[in-house]
Design a protein around this ligand. Structure first.
Ligand SMILES: Nc1nc2c([nH]c(=O)n2[C@H]2C[C@H](O)[C@@H](COP(=O)(O)OP(=O)(O)OP(=O)(O)O)O2)c(=O)[nH]1
Length: 132
């Protein structure tokens, strides 16, 4: 079981930040929610705050992470459990630190992007939240 914490960063227009997995990683080229694996002894929130700083150069406070839903998906070699938090407030400007491409996407356009299979059930929930 692999625990990954991920964030839907939402801008003032209700768009969500998606990041493209770089070459050389598993599932390269697919568009995912920023985040990463929770390390031993870490809370999901602390892991997410650390990953958002490492990947995007922003500071997020735990108060600004609202739990929305989770993904649970069986890949061939591991089972992914991934809580997804919504975050509308951060400090600093978003800058990709790991060479990943970034895009702001409306939930109703997310199906046009190739995403990891675990993420597909999350799209409808984001649409319900952001596009009433
Ligand atoms: N951050 C993130 N990871 C996701 C999403 N959907 C999904 O299946 N994953 C998977 C991809 C990876 O196997 C794992 C996250 O691992 P990671 O980003 O911390 O580390 P990594 O790319 O080096 O992982 P890996 O290549 O070693 O599998 O979760 C998502 O929306 N966001």
């Amino acid at each position: 079981m692999v625990l990954v914490a991920a964030a839907a960063l939402v801008d003032a227009d209700g768009r969500v930040l998606m990041a493209q997995r770089p070459e050389g990683k598993s599932m390269a080229g697919l568009w995912e929610f920023p985040g990463g694996k929770v390390e031993a002894g870490e809370t999901p929130e602390a892991a997410l705050i650390r990953e958002l700083a490492e990947e995007l150069s922003i500071d997020v406070s735990a108060d600004c992470l609202a739990p929305l839903t989770f993904a649970s998906h069986g890949y061939d070699d591991f089972h992914l459990l991934m809580p997804l938090y919504v975050c509308r407030k951060w400090q600093g400007s978003i800058a990709p630190r790991e060479g990943q491409a970034l895009r702001w996407v409306r939930p109703n356009r997310m199906r046009e992007l190739p995403m990891p299979p675990a993420d597909l059930p999350l799209i409808a929930l984001l649409r319900d939240l952001l596009q009433p």
